[in-house]
Design a protein around this ligand. Structure first.
Ligand code: SF4
Length: 151
C-alpha cells in the first residue's frame, strides 16, 4: 500500500473515531473524489464552483471544473473520455486577469467577462450547492467563512 493511501486511511479512521471535519486541499482529483463529501473548485484564488462530490464529478457546471475533471484518468485501456482542453496559459497569480479571472481561457466567455468579476449564483439546491456559470466566484476568504458557518 502506498504512503498516500496509508495517510488517507489514517485520516478517514480519525474522522470516524472523532467526528472530524477536514478542509482537504489537493490537486489529485482521484484522491479528492475519494475523501470529499463536498468540493470547492478554485481558479486563481477564487471559488468557481461548490457542489456535493458526486454531483460535481457527474455534472460539473463551470467550464473550469469540466476541463479539470475531463483530465482525470479512467482505469481501463479501452475506455475513452473526451478531453476538454483549455486554451492558453494560466495568468500570473500576482497579476490575475481583470473581471472574471478565467475569461482568458473560458470557452464561453462574453465581452463583459473581462470587465466585471462574477457574482455567485445558486444552480443547485442546498445551502452550499451554488455554482457559477456566468457570474460565480467569491474570494477564498469568503468561501472559508461560509464553510465554517455551514459545518
Ligand atoms: S464569467 Fe464569463 S469568463 Fe468567467 S466562467 Fe463565466 S462565462 Fe466564463
Amino acid at each position: 500500500m502506498s504512503i498516500q493511501a496509508q495517510v488517507i486511511n489514517l485520516l478517514e479512521g480519525l474522522q470516524e473515531q472523532f467526528g472530524l471535519t477536514y478542509l482537504f486541499i489537493a490537486h489529485d482529483l482521484s484522491v479528492v473524489e475519494h475523501i470529499s463529501t463536498r468540493i470547492a473548485v478554485m481558479y486563481l484564488g477564487r471559488v468557481v464552483e461548490i457542489a456535493p462530490a458526486a454531483e460535481l464529478y457527474d455534472t460539473p457546471l463551470h467550464p473550469c471544473s469540466e476541463a479539470l475533471l475531463s483530465a482525470v484518468p479512467i482505469p481501463g485501456p479501452t475506455v475513452k473520455r473526451k478531453r476538454n482542453m483549455l486554451q492558453g496559459d494560466v495568468p500570473s497569480p500576482i497579476r490575475p486577469s481583470s473581471g472574471c479571472h478565467f475569461h482568458t481561457r473560458c470557452p464561453i466567455a462574453r465581452p463583459d467577462c473581462s470587465q466585471r468579476a462574477p457574482v455567485r449564483e445558486q444552480k443547485r439546491p442546498g445551502p452550499m450547492g451554488g455554482v457559477p456559470l456566468q457570474r460565480v466566484a467569491r474570494a477564498g476568504a469568503r468561501m472559508q467563512a461560509e464553510l465554517r458557518a455551514d459545518s
